[in-house]
Ligand binder design. Structure first.
Ligand SMILES: O=C(O)CCC(=O)C(=O)O
Ligand SMILES: [Fe+2]
Length: 423
């Protein structure tokens, strides 16, 4: 192979690769050779970096933005005269798009600027220095830098990341898991994430109030009791000589209640709605809010988690910061009881959040069904003369037993085995 793929592949060749099942070894070798010449990857062939041809057909340029994705001035939440209309705007955006941007959120510009500056400075450091705090699961280092090679092997993403748990306290890693440079990195991250946590909590509370009518406040304080998992991730998407071949981040839903993203002005974040992809316009001072899959389960599909992805490009690198609020690891993720009655059966099986999160993570790695699909009750088969699952049948704090029509109490496995719930 004489030439790198970046210049060698013509439109016809690309189509030929498509038709010969992208991902075969020869295609992968071409790409890997090219990737190797650009980065420090030493690993063997791995075709997972290639975007499948079906997905490639949906790609839209990183600078193509959709002006209909709502941008909401949430200072109205603090103003009696505008509160009602602001709440309506947030709820409508959540219901219609599952994503919106907020401005006038009360986080000073300086906090956002510091945040993006330390992230940029971190990613600009030499690779060897970043590697000093690389994640290393085998050695118990679960937080830190995620180099290209790690993501390459797992999620087929054209990006580098750095990620930490900020809450609950007992899961926060020791100081030496954080980078020593740039100075002020940790403080800038924590300042933004702590301040923005209260904005996210407010949005979550009003979404729950709107769906559950009376008990949104109670539900959100139950979820945000200090043990909730708050995570931080900064992502760096390098320029890519052949951006249509790879994805900065493959399409996914976050396994969060709600996620916030600060993005620089490059563009590349895209969301799916009704089978179409739309670019989220970088907006100065704005924070992007996304609904996660836990909120979808909790609201029994009244609100939907939004599928999103990141595309890369050949001209500008991109950086973003994500922070999400998730339940605590032993919270039972299940549709809220307030939403369930004989006419509205639950759409999801209950499970502990830690299991839910792992399922979602594995789905990303294995490219299989995400947690929503795995726990969805697919067929509540009344024809089997069984009752469908009702929340009063779920023992509080131990939601592993289900009453069925003939009065028996079954554990989850038997319940599934009997075909009441398609597994
Ligand atoms: O980089 C972005 O804008 C999105 C990142 C993202 O979706 C994630 O970290 O889950
Ligand atoms: Fe995401």
């Amino acid at each position: 192979m004489a030439h790198p793929i970046w210049v060698a592949v013509t439109g016809d060749e690309m189509r030929a690769m498509d038709s010969s099942a992208v991902g075969n070894e020869a295609d992968a070798r071409l790409l890997i050779e090219a990737v190797k010449s650009k980065s420090a990857i030493q690993s063997a062939l791995d075709s997972r970096l290639l975007v499948p041809s079906s997905e490639r057909l949906t790609l839209i340029p990183h600078k193509e933005f959709c002006n209909d994705i709502p941008v909401i001035d949430i200072s109205g939440l603090l103003d009696d005269g505008r509160r009602g209309e602001t709440i309506a705007a947030v709820v409508n955006a959540a219901a219609n798009w599952g994503i919106f941007q907020v401005v006038n959120h009360g986080i000073p510009d300086l906090v956002l600027e510091n945040l993006m500056t330390v992230v940029k400075d971190f990613f600009s450091m030499p690779e060897e220095e970043k590697q000093l705090i690389a994640k290393d699961h085998e050695n118990g280092r679960l937080q830190g830098y995620v180099p290209f090679s790690q993501l390459f092997q797992k999620q087929a993403a054209w990006s580098n990341q750095i990620e930490y748990i900020l809450q609950p306290h007992h899961l926060v890693g020791p100081e030496d898991t954080w980078p020593a440079r740039p100075a002020g990195f940790r403080q800038a991250i924590e300042e933004y994430c702590n301040e923005f946590h209260s904005v996210l909590a407010k949005i979550l509370e009003l979404l729950l109030s709107s769906c559950l009518k009376t008990s949104g406040t109670r539900k959100s304080s139950e979820l945000l009791d200090g043990n909730q998992l708050q995570v931080f991730r900064a992502s760096y998407y390098d320029t890519c000589p052949q951006p249509e071949m790879v994805m900065g981040l493959r399409s996914h839903v976050d396994s969060s209640l709600i996620t916030a993203i600060v993005q620089d002005d490059t563009g590349g974040l895209q969301v799916e709605k009704d089978g179409q992809w739309y670019g989220v316009a970088p907006t100065p001072g704005a924070v992007v809010i996304l609904l996660g899959s836990v909120l979808q389960v909790l609201t029994n599909d009244m609100l939907k988690a939004v599928e999103h992805r990141v595309v890369v490009n050949g001209e500008s690198r991109r950086m973003s910061v994500t922070t999400g609020i998730n339940p605590s690891s032993n919270t039972i993720v299940a549709p809220a009881q307030e939403l369930i009655d004989e006419l509205h059966p639950p759409h999801y099986l209950p499970c502990e959040y830690k299991e839910f999160r792992i399922t979602n993570f594995e789905a990303g790695v294995l490219n299989s069904l995400d947690a929503l699909d795995q726990y969805r009750i697919k067929d509540q088969v009344p024809s089997l003369h069984h009752r469908t699952l009702f929340p009063e049948d779920i023992e509080e704090h131990n939601p592993t037993f289900y009453h069925v029509g003939d009065g028996r109490l079954l554990d989850l496995q038997s319940f599934i085995r009997e075909g009441i719930v398609a597994s």
